[in-house]
Write a protein that binds this ligand. Structure first.
Ligand SMILES: NC(=O)c1ccc[n+]([C@@H]2O[C@H](COP(=O)([O-])OP(=O)(O)OC[C@H]3O[C@@H](n4cnc5c(N)ncnc54)[C@H](OP(=O)(O)O)[C@@H]3O)[C@@H](O)[C@H]2O)c1
Length: 227
């Protein structure tokens, strides 16, 4: 059955790949990214009923306006995917500039919370829907020089498991580690050796069926895409 799926961070990487694959499989995707170029391209490529908007998830007022527009026009989403995130430029924690740290936390933690604040009440009213918050291997382990990112993804694990205890029985909140995939973000972390990791094309073939089979029985379980 075709589903309605809201995804943040649809212009590149995993968000773009999920969008393209889900649309190919006849689902409807509502997505956002913070920069106009990627959003315009998607809007031209996939018209109605799909919809793509420029929204900075860190800006609660923009998220509120976007959610209200989406919820006026569509039913509450079957799946809400918090995918948008940033990674810090590699550096020991004491060398990470305050504005870079602040922005990462604003996007990776507060952005997820903003999306949940404005979409989840409509899902609760319908007592259905799955919230998938993209975590990371670095939400369950640590490495040097990615402390801000690790802090944000460990926060996502905690936030999501706590949310899972608040939702009604027909819903689920799941922290999802996507694996290690060759995207722009991985190039920031690993440089040229990023190319040795799973391609986006291979990842999406596994990730989309995995996402579509998630159900309330998965509520609160830290999961990993089987690659
Ligand atoms: N790639 C991996 O190996 C890997 C591993 C573990 C976890 N993850 C997680 O998987 C998710 C996707 O990662 P990725 O590798 O695909 O990242 P990516 O290639 O850097 O893409 C990130 C996407 O998020 C959007 N975005 C960034 N800031 C935003 C904001 N403030 N508001 C709205 N959209 C924003 C970007 O578009 P704009 O720049 O246009 O806003 C882009 O579409 C992230 O949560 C990441 O932490 C990835």
């Amino acid at each position: 059955m075709p589903k309605l799926i809201v995804i943040t961070g649809v212009s590149r990487g995993l968000g773009l790949a999920m969008t393209e694959q889900l649309i190919k499989e006849n689902h409807t995707v509502i997505g956002c990214a913070s920069r106009i170029a990627g959003v315009e391209k998607l809007q031209q490529q996939f018209g109605s009923p799909h919809n793509f908007t420029v929204v900075d998830v860190a800006d609660d007022r923009s998220v509120k306006a976007w959610a209200s527009e989406v919820l006026n026009r569509y039913s509450p989403p079957d799946i809400l995917i918090n995918n948008a995130a940033l990674v810090n430029h590699l550096a020991p924690l004491w060398k990470v500039p305050a504005d870079e740290f602040d922005r990462l936390i604003d996007v990776n933690i507060k952005g997820v919370s903003n999306i949940i604040r404005h979409f989840v009440p409509a899902m609760i009213a319908k007592n259905s829907g799955i919230v998938v918050n993209f975590s990371s291997g670095w939400g369950r382990s640590t490495s040097p020089e990615v402390a801000p990112y690790c802090a944000s993804k460990w926060a996502i694990e905690g936030l999501t498991r706590s949310l899972a205890q608040e939702l009604p029985a027909g819903m689920a909140a799941i922290p999802l580690n996507p694996g290690i995939i060759h995207t722009d973000m991985l190039e920031i972390c690993f440089g040229e050796s990023a190319a040795a990791y799973t391609s986006i094309q291979d990842w999406v073939k596994k990730a989309v069926p995995f996402l579509l089979q998630l159900s309330p029985k998965d509520n609160g379980m830290p999961l990993t895409v089987p690659i």
